[in-house]
Every structure is written in structure tokens, then in C-alpha cells.
Design a protein around this ligand. Structure first.
Ligand SMILES: [Zn+2]
Length: 311
């Protein structure tokens, strides 16, 4: 089942001819979550053939322009396309006041509701939950209130061993009960305990998003064990003082958080345009956390792989 991240924009505040400000789309079991929405997001969605209609949930880390200036254009185009499904936006509570005047200037009446949900910048908070997925926000350390996000699938039920279905001729009608913990009584009246019929499901997969932030150790507990972590790395360690002063991270900071949190893979981005060679970021991070990759426009990252040999 799909759990995949697509990078739409990966640069820091100043875009280049090839790099867009921060935006990502996460496909979590066919829920398409837009994470930050820098300028140019709608162009990148077009380029990567991601449907505007599928995006109904948007998560904005903070109100620096390079993380949300794409919203008016995205909402306007979504309206011009005739899409009528509502959009939910989680962000700082000031966002609604910033956007509403722009919505009133759009061509045509807005044909869907935009529902704003204020984030909690004091402590981790569950902000979304449905039958298959949940999303948590957690505070980061930046010059204005800023949140990271953890996206996680819900725990699956145990799987039924295929060979047991054949061996005991288990009917389809009994399978849900067995997945929920029941045993099975054969036609001969023999009771087969649940443990013999099932094996545990894989642990829930998760993706953590951390930008913009200075080195922020409290996040380690919240994102612990994530399958994939995106962490900003605006600077290299040669400018650690500048990173500290501007409340951003170095590649070493990002890698240290990844190592302490025991994540499986790290991707870094949001590099300052003063650096010309992205490999320098990769090399610095890999000295601390080997399984590091670079986020760049158009790249996709699969998150965990579930085995599908069981029912
Ligand atoms: Zn910022």
C-alpha cells in the first residue's frame, strides 16, 4: 500500500531557476497531504501530475513567506478547475486573516470551503485521525512559532497465514474475526488457537517533517523510530554560529537528530544558496548518519515496504 513522499520544492528562502521554496506531497494510503506550500507549488503539482482535487489537507509549518506564499495561487487554480471538495489547512491561527482578503479577490466565487485549524506551538498534539492514518504536530525552535509534523499509518490487524486457510478450510466469513483475535473451530470440532493462525502485522510506518528549526532535541522523542525523516540543513558546520543565530540547522545537526531518534533514513534540504556544492551537505551528514539522501525537486521516496504475501 502506498506511502510515498514527493518533493515539490527544497530550497531555502531564495528560489533559483531550478529550485522552489519548500513544498512536499505525501501520499499516505491515498490521502494526499500537502506539507508547506511555497511559491510555485501549483506549477510543481502540474509538472508532477498530482491532482489538485486529491489535495484536501494542507499542513503549514510556519508563516515565513517561503513556506506558504503558494497557497493563494493553489486555492485560486483549484477553484478555476471547478473542484468543490473542502480544503482543511492546519497552520498558525494568523493565516486565515492573511488569506481571506486574497480569497475575496479571486475570479469567481470560491466553490469550496477552506477550513482553518490552529496549531498548538506549546506541545505535541494529534491534529488528524481517520480509519487508516493519523497526523501529529510538534513544536520546533525557530524565530517565529513553527511546528513539525509526524504522519503515521494506524496499526494494522494481524495477518492470517495463507497455508492455514488451506489446511483448515477457513471460510471468508470467519477471516475478520480471526484477524481481530478469534480462534477457529474446524469441521471436526478441533479448536485452533489464534496464535497458530496469524502472525503479527508490520509496525506502522511513519514520516517526520522538521523545518525550519535550530537544533531541537525534544523532537527526538516524538519522531522516534520514524521510517523517514526530512530535516532542514540550511548551513554546513563552518557557519554553525549563523545557524544558531538565525535558528536554523546545520547538516550535522540534522544528522544528529536522525541518529538520536533512531530513524531509518534521513533526507536533508533547505540549503542556503550561498553554498554551491550540495555534496558537501551530504558528506557532512553522512559522517554522523550514513543513510542520508538529498531532497530535490521531483524526487520520490517510498516509506517502508509492507509484505503482501498474507491476507
Ligand atoms: Zn522560517
Amino acid at each position: 500500500m502506498n506511502f510515498e513522499l514527493t518533493i515539490l520544492g527544497s530550497c531555502s528562502a531564495v528560489p533559483t531557476s531550478e529550485k522552489y521554496p519548500t513544498a512536499q506531497v505525501l501520499n499516505l494510503l491515498e490521502r494526499f497531504f500537502l506539507i508547506d506550500c511555497g511559491e510555485g507549488t501549483q506549477i510543481q503539482l502540474r509538472r508532477m501530475k498530482i491532482s489538485f482535487a486529491k489535495i484536501r489537507h494542507i499542513f503549514i509549518s510556519h508563516l515565513h513567506g517561503d513556506h506558504f506564499y503558494g497557497l493563494p495561487g493553489f486555492i485560486s487554480t483549484r477553484n478555476l478547475l471547478g473542484i468543490t471538495s473542502d480544503v482543511h489547512i492546519w497552520s498558525h491561527s494568523d493565516l486565515a486573516g492573511l488569506l481571506q482578503p486574497l480569497f475575496s479577490q479571486m475570479k469567481g466565487k470560491l466553490g469550496f470551503r477552506v477550513i482553518f485549524h490552529p496549531l498548538n506551538f506549546q506541545r505535541p498534539d494529534k491534529i488528524f485521525s481517520d480509519s487508516k492514518a493519523e497526523v501529529f504536530s510538534f513544536p520546533l525552535k525557530h524565530s517565529i512559532p513553527c511546528c513539525g509534523f509526524l504522519f503515521r499509518e494506524k496499526q494494522n490487524l494481524p495477518k492470517i497465514r495463507k497455508e492455514k486457510i488451506t489446511e483448515f478450510r477457513i471460510p471468508v466469513s470467519q477471516m475478520q474475526k480471526i484477524k481481530e483475535g478469534a480462534g477457529f473451530t474446524t469441521g471436526e470440532g478441533i479448536i485452533i488457537p489464534n496464535e497458530q493462525l496469524t502472525f503479527p502485522p508490520p509496525p506502522p510506518r511513519s514520516y517526520a517533517f522538521c523545518t525550519d528549526t535550530a537544533y531541537c532535541e525534544p523532537v527526538v522523542e516524538t519522531i522516534h523510530g520514524a521510517d523517514l525523516l526530512y530535516h532542514e540543513a540550511t548551513f554546513l558546520s563552518d557557519l554553525e554560529g549563523l545557524a544558531v543565530n538565525t535558528l536554523h540547522s546545520t547538516a550535522s545537526h540534522a544528522a544528529t537528530i536522525a541518529r538520536k531518534a533512531g530513524v531509518k533514513k534521513l533526507i536533508i534540504g533547505h540549503f542556503s544558496t550561498r553554498y554551491k556544492n550540495e555534496d558537501d551537505f551530504l558528506n557532512e551528514a553522512r559522517q554522523i548518519f550514513e543513510n542520508t539522501d538529498i531532497a530535490s525537486e521531483g524526487k520520490k521516496f517510498s516509506i517502508g515496504v509492507h509484505h503482501t504475501q498474507a491476507l
